[in-house]
Design a protein around this ligand. Structure first.
Ligand code: UTP
Length: 275
């Protein structure tokens, strides 16, 4: 079964400059917890215990976050502040973290390929931490729902959401045939199409289950939109060779890579009473 979760976290985060000049985008906090911690929580909830993180220059704060801070913990031991670290301590104890660096930022597909050394020859999950997901009124997280689907179909799966047609140029967009409730067999997928060229308004968001043959396919994938190696292009090849599914997940998703989405997420979690 799937045990590993890859977090591509090497992007520059230019939409958040200057905040991301010296701080990783994945460490921006929604309330008191950085984005990537929400992602790791979601992976753990889905039964995964091995976190593989693709970082880049200037991202060392991520490694420090998922480690013990002896000095700090000594300082607050026995005070009212001590419980503030309980949740992250539990998370650290539940899983292992390994890291590799993407040396040149050549796109999401390339970042995933950089993680091959940490994943090996097994199916794995991918979380883009800047897409923050919440189960909302449903009782399981998005990744957990996708893992269940994987155990039935045993193929790559992307999470999708309907977006306003004018926003298709921000996403990979799919066209597919519905084979079960919320499950589509992908026939076509296009990276960031203009609304008039988009095959639908069903956009891929930052949750994937990938089978390991994707690595060889990415290696053969030429740079696409924006000169980057696109995971969408590699998945299209995989769909043509076999089967890739799209899953309309239950729950909420916030695009925390954009300022608007980030503010929305902050308000949502604040109202929900999260810490
Ligand atoms: P984005 O498209 O959000 O790019 O990447 P970005 O660089 O993070 O942010 P902006 O657009 O400049 O503001 C989607 C995800 O893919 C990762 C990012 O870290 C993010 O999680 N990524 C992207 C990489 O790891 N490497 C890359 O070369 C590109």
């Amino acid at each position: 079964m799937i045990k590993k979760c890859l977090f591509p976290a090497a992007g520059y985060g230019t939409r958040f400059l200057p905040a991301t000049k010296a701080m990783p985008k994945e460490m921006l906090p929604v309330l008191t917890r950085p984005l990537i911690e929400y992602g790791v929580e979601e992976a753990v909830e889905a039964g995964l215990n091995t976190m593989a993180i693709v970082t880049g220059r200037g991202k060392r704060a991520i490694e420090d976050h998922f480690d013990i801070s002896y000095e700090l913990e000594h300082q607050i031991k026995g005070t009212t502040k001590e419980p503030l670290l309980t949740q992250i301590r539990k998370l650290i104890n539940k899983c292992t973290f390994s890291y590799t660096r993407q040396v040149e930022m050549k796109g999401l597909g390339h970042a995933i390929l950089s993680g091959e050394t940490l994943i090996g020859n097994e199916p794995f999950a991918v979380i883009l931490a800047d897409d923050l997901c919440d189960a909302d009124s449903h009782n399981e997280g998005v990744l957990s729902q996708m893992i269940k689907l994987y155990s039935k179909y045993k193929c790559s799966i992307v999470a999708i959401e309907e977006v306003p047609k004018e926003d298709t140029n921000k996403y990979g967009v799919i066209d597919g045939e519905q084979i079960a409730d919320g499950v589509y067999m992908i026939k076509n997928m296009v990276e960031k199409p203009n609304p008039e060229d988009a095959p639908s308004n069903m956009a891929i968001i930052g949750r994937y289950i990938l089978t390991p043959d994707i690595f060889d396919i990415i290696r053969e994938t030429k740079p696409g939109k924006g000169g980057e190696i696109q995971i969408t292009d590699a998945l299209m090849t995989q769909a043509q060779n076999g089967m890739v599914l799209a899953y309309k997940f239950k729950g909420k998703r916030f695009d925390c890579g954009s300022v608007d989405g980030f503010v929305e997420a902050t308000n949502y979690f604040y109202k929900k009473g999260s810490k």
